[in-house]
Write a protein that binds this ligand. Structure first.
Ligand SMILES: NC(=O)c1ccc[n+]([C@@H]2O[C@H](COP(=O)([O-])OP(=O)(O)OC[C@H]3O[C@@H](n4cnc5c(N)ncnc54)[C@H](OP(=O)(O)O)[C@@H]3O)[C@@H](O)[C@H]2O)c1
Length: 290
C-alpha cells in the first residue's frame, strides 16, 4: 500500500509517521514539499505520487489568527481538501481527513453526533466545515475523523503551557465553561492505522472518553505533576475557574465540545480511552525530561 501523508510535522502528522510506517510505502510531505495554500499544484503533485491512500493531517490551526486571515484559512482548510477530494475521486484512491469539534456552536450539554447540525462560531470552524463538506460532496472514498483538544508529547499545547505556568506563577485563572475531551494525537494516529483498510466511509467522531473543562484539565495536570515531583509553584486552590468572557479572544469557542464516539466504536470496534489515560502518559514522559 502506498500512503501519502500531508502535514508530517504537525502534532498528529508526527504520530501518523510512526503509526503508518509499518503499513506500507509511506511518502510524508511537510509544508516545504507541498504548500496546501496552492491547491492547483497540489492536484498535480498528488497525481504524480500515485498513492493508494492520502492522509491529510495538514491544516491551518491558528484559531485566533484565522479571524484576521480568513482567506488563508479557507485556502488551506477548505480549498486544499476540495482539491484532495477531486484527485482522490479521479485516481480512485482513498482520503483520510481530520476535522474538529469547532464545527458545532457549542449549545446545550448533549454530546454531538456525526449528523448533529453544524454551526461554527469562528473562521477556523467555518473553514474546516467547508473542507469536510467538499470531501463528502465529491463522491470520493473518504474517512473524516472529527476530534477535539489534541495534544502530543512534542510541540506546544495547552497541557505543556499550563505546566510551565504552574512552575512559574503563584496563581492561575483557567476557563471552566468550555467542556470537551483532551485527545492524544498518538491514539488518533493509531485509530487511523486501524481504520485505513476499512470499507467504511463518512464522518466519525474520534476523541477521548469522558469530559472536563479547561480548568479541570489544568487542575488534574498540575495535581498529578505535583505528585510526580515537578517543581510546581502554584497551589491547587490558587487555580481560579473563570468564564470565557474573562479571557476575550478574537475567535469564539464552543462551550459544549462533547463528541459522541459511539459510531467509531460500532464501526471499527475502537473504544476511546478515558482522557486521563493519555494525560498520565504525557506527564510520565515530561517527568523523564525534568
Ligand atoms: N490541535 C487541536 O486541538 C485540534 C482539535 C480538533 C481538530 N484538530 C484537527 O486535527 C488535525 C491535526 O491537527 P494538529 O493539532 O496536528 O495541527 P498542527 O500541529 O497545527 O499541525 C498542522 C500542520 O499543518 C501544516 N500546514 C499548515 N499550513 C500549511 C500549508 N500551507 N501547507 C502545508 N502544510 C501546512 C503545518 O505545517 P508547519 O509545521 O510548517 O507549520 C503543521 O505541520 C487538523 O485537521 C486540525 O484541524 C486539531
Amino acid at each position: 500500500m502506498k500512503i501519502l501523508l500531508l502535514g508530517k510535522d504537525g502534532q498528529l502528522g508526527r504520530e501518523l509517521k510512526r503509526s503508518l510506517t509499518p503499513l506500507g510505502d509511506l511518502i510524508a510531505w511537510g509544508r516545504s514539499e507541498c504548500d496546501l495554500a496552492n491547491a492547483d499544484s497540489l492536484y498535480e503533485k498528488v497525481v504524480a505520487a500515485k498513492p493508494d491512500v492520502i492522509i491529510n493531517a495538514a491544516a491551518y490551526t491558528a484559531v485566533d489568527k484565522a479571524e484576521s486571515e480568513p482567506e488563508l484559512a479557507h485556502a488551506i482548510n477548505a480549498l486544499a481538501p476540495t482539491a484532495l477530494a477531486q484527485v482522490t475521486r479521479d485516481i480512485g484512491c482513498k482520503l483520510i481527513h481530520y476535522s474538529t469539534d469547532y464545527v458545532f456552536d457549542g449549545s446545550g450539554t448533549a454530546p454531538w453526533l456525526e449528523d448533529s447540525p453544524t454551526a461554527p462560531l469562528s473562521v477556523y470552524g467555518k473553514s474546516k466545515l467547508v473542507g469536510e463538506q467538499a470531501i463528502q460532496n465529491s463522491g470520493c472514498n473518504h474517512l473524516i475523523f472529527r476530534t477535539s483538544w489534541v495534544y502530543t508529547k512534542k510541540g506546544n499545547n495547552f497541557a505543556k503551557t499550563m505546566l510551565r505556568l504552574a512552575c512559574e506563577k503563584n496563581a492561575l485563572s483557567v476557563i471552566d465553561d468550555q467542556i470537551g475531551a483532551p485527545t492524544d494525537a498518538a491514539w488518533l494516529a493509531d485509530v487511523t492505522a486501524q481504520a485505513i483498510d476499512s470499507l467504511a466511509s463518512g464522518v466519525y467522531h474520534a476523541a477521548s472518553a469522558g469530559e472536563v473543562s479547561w480548568h479541570g484539565y489544568a487542575s488534574y495536570l498540575i495535581a498529578n505533576a505535583c505528585e510526580l515531583g515537578f517543581p510546581i509553584k502554584v497551589k491547587l486552590k490558587a487555580i481560579s475557574a473563570v468564564t470565557s468572557e474573562a479571557f476575550p479572544l478574537p475567535a469564539k469557542r464552543p462551550h459544549n465540545s462533547r463528541l459522541d464516539c459511539s459510531k467509531l466504536t460500532a464501526t471499527f470496534g475502537i473504544t476511546p480511552p478515558p482522557w486521563q489515560q493519555g494525560v498520565d502518559r504525557l506527564l510520565d514522559h515530561l517527568h523523564t525530561q525534568l
